[in-house]
Design a protein around this ligand. Structure first.
Ligand code: AMP
Length: 167
């Protein structure tokens, strides 16, 4: 069985959803994927790994642990309890709002942003923008899967992008 499962027309018609749950459930594949994403940023003095709700949390938290960095959640609208900075953006299948606690990172912090899939890049771009607005430096973006035909990497400008699997 493939570790990445293609689900056609989810969550809306015309989208080929890349389901990473078989990879997450495979002990060896999960560990290897985390190791590879983390490896890319070893030695970069990363202070925080930012995970994008919700699947990004699953990847970002062990990457943060592996790098000896803190974990910061970037959450959907209305989920974080303290004061937030938010940003509206569009992704492959819709529009969303992400929020982060205003004191989660600040000037001098060195941040890596992690998600499961890079599609059009709208989500990762919004994440980079809001983290920079808080004064932190974005060292790079790490994902398990990059959908190259959607050119997400281009949307991120000169940000260093690491993807484990390209489609
Ligand atoms: P985008 O902003 O277009 O790069 O979309 C990336 C975000 O949406 C990530 O948080 C992914 O979890 C999710 N996403 C977008 N397209 C897909 C897809 N085809 N399969 C799985 N997740 C996707």
């Amino acid at each position: 069985m493939s570790l990445i499962r293609d689900i056609p027309d989810f969550p809306s018609p015309g989208i080929m959803f890349k389901d990473i749950t078989p990879l997450l459930a495979d002990q060896q594949a999960f560990a290897t994927a985390i190791d590879h994403v983390a490896e890319r940023f070893v030695g970069s003095n990363v202070t925080h790994v930012v995970g994008i709700e919700a699947r990004g949390f699953i990847v970002a938290a062990p990457v943060a642990y592996r790098l000896g960095a803190g974990f910061v959640p970037l959450r959907k609208k209305g989920k974080l309890p303290s004061e937030v900075r938010g940003i509206d953006y569009t992704l492959e299948y819709g529009a969303e709002r992400l929020e982060v606690h205003i004191d989660a990172v600040s000037s001098g912090d060195r941040v890596v942003i992690v998600d499961d899939v890079l599609a059009t890049g709208g989500t990762a771009r919004a994440a980079c923008d809001v983290i920079r607005e808080l004064g932190a430096e974005v060292l790079g973006v790490g994902v398990i899967i990059e959908l190259e035909f959607l050119s997400g990497r281009r949307a991120l400008g000169d940000v260093d992008v690491f993807s484990l699997l390209k489609y």
